[in-house]
Design a protein around this ligand. Structure first.
Ligand code: GCU
Length: 353
């Protein structure tokens, strides 16, 4: 692998020679002083004691640093560091610093970014099968959803990503999505009439809000706080930890736990970066990802309960509407999938105990 291709694929190798350290130190100073360090770091020095080589994997995602998904990614970075004895570093760029979820996915395809953690929702524009996770009221509960993620269907979909340059490493819990609004509680689908609801960049999410009577407005997650504050949208939908960690509760005082969809997060690595990793590094990366998923699954439930308490202290009213009213209204949207590849997946998932 040439230096150029290493650089291009964001996987940089630095030889542990004194000369390299001096040069790296100089470059580091220059980068820091120009204030673009966070976006431009391409390499790092591994353990100078044994003169080994170092590898950097850059990962971009849209969530805040206190979010349980970010904490799991930090856990992954730590495990990778331990497994590789400090020779592989996972550098995490949260809060959409490297672009929206769709932009990060595109960077992975070009090999311009090594990894991203994204919701599976925007992935459906790259691989239509991923729209399965946006199908409303598909999973019976968390356990059922996890049986799908870690079972045959989940694995098939992770592998399918390679066809479009995106290798799936694991799923991360993103719980169930519910509506939250600035002014008005959503107790039945009719309450969404005339409301502009921010949705993810996903056709399925648009159809869902439309089916319930709202006006779907696609917007990146990073723009949403301002969008709510400035009245560009009247509400949005997400899981409680994301509602909390991005402080949407400051603007939206009504959270309605209708739990219309369980759209998981997914950890992706650029196929071209993956192919350039030695097999033992691939193994470390996969193992660290699996451990992060386990860690996060445990954290999720606890964090969700915690933030539901916290938002109420911040003046948010939580409602528990009758979910069957919502499920009934979106039924035609699900029925329409019959006979399509996604419809087949719906059947397989429903049949799963
Ligand atoms: C979830 C998901 C994020 C995503 C967000 C969104 O919180 O974890 O990855 O950005 O939904 O609604 O865009």
């Amino acid at each position: 692998m040439s230096d150029k291709s290493i650089h291009n694929s964001e996987v940089a190798r630095v030889l542990g020679k004194n000369k390299s350290y001096l040069l790296a130190g100089f470059l580091l100073g220059v980068l820091l002083s120009t204030g673009v360090f966070a976006l431009c770091v391409r390499h790092f020095n591994s353990d100078p004691q044994n003169g080994g080589s170092g590898l950097v994997l850059k990962l971009g995602h849209s969530l805040d640093q206190q979010h349980p998904v970010h904490l799991a990614l930090e856990h992954m970075a730590e495990r990778l560091q331990q497994k590789s004895a400090g020779t592989v570093e996972l550098q995490i760029f949260p809060n959409g610093q490297l672009g929206s979820e769709t932009e990060c996915i595109e960077q992975l395809q070009r090999g311009a970014l090594a990894m991203t953690k994204t919701s599976t929702a925007p992935l459906e524009s790259f691989l239509p099968e991923f729209s399965i996770f946006g199908v409303p009221y598909l999973f019976r509960d968390d356990e059922h959803a996890w049986r799908v993620y870690t079972g045959e269907i989940g694995k098939e979909l992770l592998q399918k990503g390679s066809e479009v340059g995106l290798r799936g490493l694991c799923y991360l819990d993103a719980g169930a999505r519910s509506f939250y609004t600035v002014n008005k509680p959503i107790l039945k689908p009719d309450d969404l009439k005339g409301l502009k609801i921010r949705v993810q960049e996903s056709q399925t999410a648009m159809e869902l809000v439309e089916a319930l009577g709202g006006s779907p407005t696609p917007m990146s997650f990073g723009e949403l706080y301002t969008g709510l504050q400035q009245g560009m949208v009247d509400g949005a939908e997400n899981n409680p930890p994301s509602f909390y960690s991005n402080r949407h509760f400051e603007v939206c005082k009504h959270l309605s736990l209708d739990e219309h969809a369980r759209v998981p997060d997914i950890l992706l690595i650029s196929e071209s970066v993956w192919k350039n990793l030695p097999p033992h590094v691939q193994q470390w990366v996969q193992e660290a990802a699996d451990e992060a998923a386990e860690f996060q699954r445990e954290l999720w439930e606890e964090k969700t309960a915690e933030v539901l308490e916290d938002v109420q202290k911040e003046g948010v009213t939580i409602d528990h509407p009758d979910k069957s009213l919502f499920a009934e209204q979106v039924k035609p949207m699900v029925d329409k999938l019959k006979g399509t590849p996604v419809g087949d997946l719906v059947n397989r998932i429903r049949e799963l105990p």
